[in-house]
Write a protein that binds this ligand. Structure first.
Ligand code: RUB
Length: 306
């Protein structure tokens, strides 16, 4: 798919969810490298840079998007020939897509061990990472799921439908029912759009309220996230940007004298998070810096000098 089409689909949320956004970005960069009519390496770099800019402007919060670009274009500057550069981008993009799928499988296996037979799991929005844990657990245990509606875009319905199609018992609730539902919940499992160096998790608006309710009820709160959801820029002081979406999503024909605020994500502070389940293991949110060092040390060094 053309880069502009991919960016447009991400903007309109036809492609959505941090993992899917990252893989679509990888495919778009791979296709740019494949189809570029550059006659030298400099021209290829220009094409890749332009494609990256277009993709980056689509949605601001999911750090998986800039991270996939970083990982795919990592070595481009070092190459001497057009072919080396082109092949490296194609190979890295393919590897990223494979890695993304494999990570989901692995973290699903790891996270499922925290789910006990008979558990009721509450999840928010629609996260393939959270669903990977839930579906893996369902293979060997009797579980039930409570899915929140996730206003205004109602991604909870996608989750509910997917679980029902997999014969996993699911109850859909409105977002404001979370606290009253919490008394029947054994564990909360949600995804992440971005994780800061301090361990705070940006995820679908409402996640932090769920974490508060879970904390009050002493219910385990687990985040499912591939390591490419950690944000290297936060290590050099830059905050994660929360996307503000159109007021029309909340109220189509809103009277003129009413203001609407529609942030798409919020931050859950690390003290409300018991575990982050990644493909390299279960970690505490306080280990965020170590993950960033391991995965993105080279980026952090470059970002320091920007
Ligand atoms: C989706 C959302 C998901 C994360 C993680 O928001 O908040 O929980 O992106 O998803 P939106 P995944 O619908 O606005 O993109 O685990 O699939 O990467």
């Amino acid at each position: 798919m053309e880069v502009s089409k991919t960016a447009e689909k991400i903007k309109k949320m036809e492609i959505r969810g941090a993992g899917d956004i990252a893989r679509a970005t990888a495919r778009a960069l791979r296709d740019t490298a494949k189809k570029s009519d550059a006659t030298n390496l400099e021209e290829l770099k220009k094409d890749i840079d332009e494609a990256s800019e277009t993709l980056l402007s689509s949605r601001p919060t999911a750090v998986s998007l800039p991270n996939s670009i970083r990982l795919i274009t990592k070595n481009l500057k070092q190459y001497q020939t057009l072919n080396e550069g082109r092949n490296d981008v194609i190979e890295r993009a393919n590897r990223f897509i494979e890695r993304s799928k494999k990570s989901l499988e692995t973290l699903g296996r790891i996270g499922s061990k925290r789910i006990r037979d008979g558990d009721t799991i509450l999840t928010h929005c629609n996260s393939e990472a959270a669903l990977s844990i839930i579906k893996t657990a369902d293979k060997t245990k009797n579980i039930k799921v409570i899915a929140t509606e996730s206003r205004p875009r109602l991604q909870g319905k996608i989750t509910a439908r997917e679980l029902a199609e997999n014969n996993i018992p699911v109850t859909l609730i409105v977002d404001s029912a979370v606290r009253s539902a919490m008394k029947n919940v054994d564990i909360v499992v949600v995804g992440a759009d971005a994780i800061g160096v301090n361990g705070a998790v940006a995820n679908k608006i409402g996640t932090s309220q769920i974490a508060l309710a879970a904390n009050e009820a002493r219910v385990t709160f687990m985040v499912a996230a591939e390591t490419y959801k950690f944000s290297p820029k936060t290590a050099v002081g830059e905050p994660i940007k929360i996307e503000e979406r159109s007021e029309k999503e909340v109220w189509e024909k809103c009277p003129n004298n009413i203001c609407i605020s529609n942030p798409a994500f919020d931050f859950t502070p690390p003290e409300y998070i018991d575990l982050i389940c990644t493909e390299i293991g279960m970690i505490s949110p306080h280990m965020s810096y170590s993950i960033l060092k391991e995965e993105f040390d080279w980026t952090i060094e470059e970002l320091k000098n920007e």
